[in-house]
Design a protein around this ligand. Structure first.
Ligand code: COA
Length: 270
């Protein structure tokens, strides 16, 4: 499916995507690049960063990348400093770095719980706080990657549910505070998206996939590009009066609950 966004919509703009070297976030970075933006991506592994930057450049975009862990505020700050030096102040920040695994709470170590909260929630704060001074105030937009787990409890993902619920409230709190600077802050909740690491782990067989699709009101998995299109919409002038919104993009999954383990489709993790 081709993006609904015309080439050039983001011409002259710079965009920073944390976690933008793989999966949904790379598709988001590609969407901005295809719409004319200069793009900076950041993730933990240098190899992934190099590969993503190469893909973006091959597609014709001006692109740079940084290897940094969102848990390390100083490293994130440095990535923004170098981004501004290379491609200018950014109009858009997408905060998408995340960690996930399934584990029953009684078997989840305190460090396992803390690790996911540190990556998802504290990491999102780091990205927004570090990026604040590098945003073009007046017409700036931040999109945080939340998840269905933020508003619907999923069994064996207490850590993810807690972290993502925190992201939703952080999104609303900063939308409230930063509206006066012309910075809009929104979050999206991608549902089951085809070709992502998360869904490969959560729907490991074609039969389970068919069962999940059968439960979804739209009866199919989403495409990464459908998430990218939503992010591009949210950061565009078409969404200029939207801030503090938490928007599902999930084929209607939020209407019927969710979680392959919660629904008994895959066994309880040992
Ligand atoms: N089940 C239970 N606990 C787990 C776990 C699992 N599958 N994976 C990690 N943990 C625990 C570890 O045991 C450790 O706790 P401990 O010190 O008490 O043993 C803690 O989490 C940190 O793990 P570690 O691997 O050292 O952390 P990390 O920073 O290298 O990576 C993740 C953390 C979450 C990113 C890692 O699990 C991971 O790589 N996940 C796959 C990638 C991913 O999540 N992508 C996002 C898809 S949405």
């Amino acid at each position: 499916m081709k993006s609904i966004f015309r080439e050039g919509v983001y011409a002259g703009k710079a965009v920073f995507v944390a976690g933008g070297t793989s999966g949904i976030n790379l598709e988001v970075a590609k969407g901005f690049a295809a719409s004319g933006a200069r793009v900076s991506v950041m993730s933990r592994k240098q190899d992934n960063v190099d590969a993503a930057v190469q893909q973006l450049k091959t597609a014709g975009a001006e692109a740079i990348g940084f290897a940094a862990d969102v848990r390390d505020f100083d490293a994130v700050k440095q990535a923004f400093v170098e981004t501004e030096a290379a491609i200018g102040k950014v109009s858009v920040i997408v905060s998408g770095a995340a960690g996930n695994f399934v584990a029953p709470a009684e078997k989840l170590s305190p460090n396992g719980f803390k690790t996911v909260v540190d990556i998802d929630l504290v990491g999102s704060f780091h990205v927004m706080k570090a990026g604040f001074d590098h945003l073009t105030q007046g017409d700036a937009s931040i999109v945080n990657m939340s998840a269905p787990q933020s508003s619907h409890p999923y069994a064996f993902q207490s850590h993810v549910c807690s972290a993502k619920a925190g992201i939703d409230m952080l999104t609303k709190a900063l939308a409230l505070e930063w509206g006066r600077y012309g910075i809009r802050v929104n979050a999206i909740q991608p549902g089951p998206i085809d070709g992502t690491e998360g869904m490969e782990r959560l729907s490991p067989t074609p039969e389970i996939r068919r069962q999940i699709e059968g439960m979804l009101p739209l009866k199919r998995y989403g495409e990464k590009q459908e998430i990218a299109d939503l992010v591009l919409f949210l950061c565009s002038p078409a969404a200029r009066y939207i801030t503090g919104a938490i928007i599902p993009c999930d084929g209607g999954q939020a209407l019927v609950g969710g979680g392959t383990v919660s629904m008994g489709l895959i066994p309880t993790p040992k």
